[in-house]
Design a protein around this ligand. Structure first.
Ligand SMILES: C[S@@+](CC[C@H](N)C(=O)[O-])C[C@H]1O[C@@H](n2cnc3c(N)ncnc32)[C@H](O)[C@@H]1O
Length: 310
């Protein structure tokens, strides 16, 4: 009796569980190596997808000696292809950095649009989680490893985690900015938010961050990209200078008594001039309890909320 053949295995050997991982990787490499479009400058999303596909299949284990030798050869090919893809990306990122330095911010907006996996959604996906736009911005920023920075000094201080790019883009759309504004990120980490605000909206921005190694990284990036309107200071938000800010941003950088103290200081500023306070994460619920702050939009801790002082 003729054996039954699974047609999906023939059509898609890379995805079939009938085919061993080394064989699936070999099929994948065959398809990718023959695709010259992949190495054209503009094929960034295709390259990122290809790199993910290779990552998912590489690093498997062989069960026999001969399989191990064949696998080692396939893995070498995979590594060579990864390097080619990475250097095509590096060339593109360098080109985009030159565009930023030249003030051509439309280029970066076009790329962010192109990499948007949720183009059909009016609102960004709520909450945590990153997408290709986060990898893209991180590659442009080229932050170096800040080393061990585990001593925040208080359990009320929240460890570094960048705002996902989709929320920064939402913030840019939601908040009204003028030339007189100065955007202040309280607990700015490596500076993604101020850097993007200055880069994409041209607004002056300031990052206040307690960890000097993060500040050094943010400053280096602003210098390299010649973003003269973005500056950073290593300070505790409890006693940093707030007098210059008009729009303050908090991605839940601290809780409890520190948050209370900082909100008191923001309230004092609001008695001198109108200010806006934007938030993301659990601190949005604390801001909503402040009687001097009002929002006209929906109150959702998983997306950006913009409050105005009353
Ligand atoms: C959740 S991260 C937010 C990072 C950044 N705002 C962003 O959205 O990409 C919180 C940051 O606040 C910083 N931080 C915590 N307590 C602080 C304080 N008292 N003063 C200044 N920065 C603080 C932490 O070091 C960390 O980088």
């Amino acid at each position: 009796m003729a054996s039954m053949v699974d047609v999906s295995t023939i059509l898609n050997p890379e995805g079939s569980s009938e085919v061993s991982p080394p064989e699936r990787l070999r099929f994948l490499l065959q398809r990718l190596e023959g695709n010259s479009l992949l190495f054209q400058q503009n094929s960034l999303s295709e390259r990122l997808l290809a790199m993910d596909e290779i990552d998912a299949l590489a690093g498997g284990t062989a069960s026999t000696m001969s399989e191990a030798a064949a696998f080692a050869e396939i893995e070498r090919r995979a590594l060579t292809l990864q390097h080619r893809l990475e250097s095509a990306n590096a060339e593109l990122y360098q080109f985009i950095r030159t565009e930023i330095i030249g003030g051509h911010m439309q280029t970066i907006l076009r790329w962010l649009d192109d990499l948007n996996p949720e183009a059909q959604n009016a609102l960004p996906r709520p909450g945590l989680g990153f997408d290709a736009r986060d990898d893209f911005m991180a590659s442009l920023f080229q932050h170096s490893d800040p080393g061990d920075v585990s001593s925040l000094g208080s359990r009320e201080m929240i460890a570094y985690q960048p705002t996902p790019v989709r929320h920064v883009l939402h913030l840019l759309k939601t908040v009204t900015l003028s030339d007189d504004d100065l955007f202040v990120d309280l607990g700015s980490g490596m500076g993604h938010v101020p850097l993007m605000m200055s880069m994409l909206a041209g607004v002056r921005s300031l990052g206040i961050e307690i960890e000097p190694a993060y500040v050094a990284n943010a400053e280096r990036c602003a210098r390299t990209l010649q973003l003269e309107n973005a500056s950073f200071v290593a300070a505790d938000a409890r006693d940093a200078d707030f007098s210059v800010g008009t729009i303050f941003y908090l991605y839940s950088p601290f809780t409890g008594s520190i948050l209370k103290q900082v909100l008191r200081r923001l309230r004092e500023q609001s008695l001198k001039r109108p200010i806006k306070v934007c938030s993301l994460g659990p601190c949005t619920c604390d801001l909503a309890k402040e009687r001097w702050l009002k929002t006209s939009g929906p109150l959702d801790p998983n997306r950006i909320t913009v409050f105005e002082s009353q």
